[in-house]
Design a protein around this ligand. Sequence first.
Ligand code: FAD
Length: 621
Amino acid sequence: MFHVKHTDFDVLVVGGGHAGCEAALAAARLGVRVALVTFRKTDLGVMSCNPAIGGLGKGHLVREIDAMDGVMGRAADFAGIQFRLLNRKKGPAVQGPRAQADRERYKAFMQAQFAAQSGVSIIEGEVVDLLVGDGNRAQGVRLGDDSEIRAAEVVLTTGTFLGGTIHIGGERKSGGRMGANASVRLADRLRAHAPGVGRLKTGTPPRLRKSSIAWDGLAMQPGDDAPGFFSFDTSHVACAQISCGVTHTNAETHDIIRRNLERSAMYGGMIEGIGPRYCPSIEDKIVRFEDKTSHQIFLEPEGLESDLVYPNGISTSLPHDVQIAYVQSISGLEMAEIVQPGYAIEYDYIDPRGLSRSLELPSIPGLSLAGQINGTTGYEEAAAQGLVVGLNAALRALGREPLVFDRATSYIGVMVDDLVTRGVSEPYRMFTSRAEYRLTLRADNADQRLTPTGLAVGCISAARGAAFADKMARLDRCTADVSAVMFSSGQLSEHGLQVRSDGKRRNGIETLAIAGVEVSDIIALEPSLAAHDPEILEQVARDALYSTYIERQERDVAVLNRDEAISIPTDFDFASVGSLSGEIRAKLNASRPETLAQAGRIEGMTPAALVSLLAAVRRAE
Ligand code: FAD
C-alpha cells in the first residue's frame, strides 16, 4: 500500500543540480508552490565536474539567466576565485566571461538562495516512478520508500544519474557521479514511458592533491585585472583571487597513454555512449591529434581552502595505475598524488525532439525535462533549460500563456530550438557559432534583451526591476547626449582617427560605430560626455558598433518572425503532405515542429518541401 506523505504542489522538480535549482527557484519567483526532490539536500549546487562557470557561448547563457533574475550568475560571482574574459581581443559579440569557482562557496550560495526563497520545500529521497493519470497526464512521483508526492507539473532534471555507469579502465559500477548512486528504477520506468531513450557519455580528470604539486617551477596564469562579472547586480569581487598553474603533456605522457589505449574504457569497447567531440579525453586527443607532441593543462585549484586541484585537459577513463603513470610524467606533477581517479560516465538521455519549445513532453502532458537528461552537457546549458522549464511549468500551473525563448533574442532560444528541432548526436554544448544573430545576442546586452520579458512575466525582483529601469534611463540619456554631439571628418582626422575625408559631419553614435574609435576619443573631442558613467558610455559604444549590422539583421528577424507565426497543429499528419520524401517525413515526425520556421531548420529540409508543407498546413486550417 502506498501512503501519501506530501501533497499539493504546483510544480515538483526532481533533481538538485544546475537545472533543478534554477527550475525550482524560477517557478517559486512566480509565486507557485514548489517541491524539489533530490537524493540529499547537500546536492544543491554541486558541480559534478570542473569548478568553473562560463566560457564561450556558455557565458552568454549565464548572463541571460541572470537577466531573468536567475541565480547561476550571482552564485558564480560570489564563488569566483579567478575571472577571465575569453576572446578579449575579438569583438564583444564573441567574448565569453568565465570564472573559476570555489566549489564550497558556490554550493553555500545556492543553498542560501533556497533558504531565503519562500514557497520551496526541499524533500530528500529517490524518485523511482512517475504517477500518470487520465490522458497520460503526469500527476506526481513515487519515492523509494513508496510515498507519493502529487503535483500539477513535474519537472525531471536528473542529469547523469539515469542508468548511470561509471567506468575506470575495465572497472565499471553503477553511479550517478563519483560517490552518488545512479537512478536505476526511474531510468527503467522512463524507458517504458518516454519516446527515444539513448546513451551518452562524458568524462572527468583525476583530482590531484594541491600540496603534492611542484608549483615553483610552473608558469602561473592570473585572472583579469578588472574582472567582468556574470550578474548585472555584481559590482565587486567577493573573495580572494588566485592564479592557475600551467603545464603540458610530453612525449613520455603520450607513449604511456598510447601503450595502454586498449585498457581505456572508451577505447577498449567498454562504453557504447557517444561523448562530446569538443571536450575530448586525453586518450581522444592522443589518437585524434596524432601529430601533436604536447597538450596544455591548466591546474585549477578547486577552492581557496581546498587541497584539491582540477587538472583541466586530461579527462580519462584509463585504469588508476595508468593515470598515476601518465600524471607523474608531466612537469610539476612528478610527485602528484591522485586523490580521486578520473572516470567516464555513461547515462540515459531522452531524445529532445520529442519536446515542445517549453521543454514539455507532449506525450506525457505535465512532464517537462531539463538539463543533461535532454542530451546537453554543461552546467550553464542545464541551468538555462532549468529556467525555461521552471517558468513554463509555473505559468501552466497558473493557467497562463507559455513563455517561448526565440532564436532572435537569446542563446537560450537558440539552444531550445536546436534541441527540439534537430536533436543531438553527441552531448550538446553552446557555442557562439550556433547563433545566427550573434551580433545582437551579446553577453553585454543580455539584460536589454531579456529583462523586459522577465518583468512582463513577473519573475524579476522589485529591486532588480528598479535597478534595470534606472540603467535604461541612464542609457537613454547618454545615447541622446552622444547623438547630439557632431564632429566633422577634419576634426576626427586631426584627432588621429582613420576616417574618410568626405567632409561629412558625424554624430557621436556614428563616430563610435567606426571600427577602432573608443569612448576616450569622443570624450577627448567633447569633454562634457565624461559626466556620464564610464560603464554606460561603454555600453552606448558597444551598441553603436553593432548598430550598422542591426538593420540587416532586423530584416532577417522579420522573415523569421513571419514564419514563426505560422503554427503547425500538434496533431498535424505529415503523411498527408504527399510530396515530402520519406526521410524528411520521418524527421518531421520525430521533432514535430510547432511552427513553419522550426520545420525549416530541420536538417535536410528543402525550400520546395517547405512550400508543400505550408500549402498543406494552410489546407488543414
Ligand atoms: P546534475 O548536475 O547531474 O544533477 C542531477 C540531480 O538530480 C542531482 O542533484 C541528483 O541527486 C538528482 N537526481 C537524479 N536522479 C534522481 C532521482 N531519481 N531522485 C531524486 N533525485 C535525483 N560538463 C561539461 O560541460 N564539461 C565536462 O567536461 C563535463 N564532464 C563531466 C564529467 C562527469 C563525470 C560528470 C558526472 C559530469 C560532467 N559534466 C561536464 C556535466 C555536468 O556535470 C552536467 O552537465 C551538469 O551538472 C548537468 O546538470 P543537471 O542539472 O542536468 O544534472
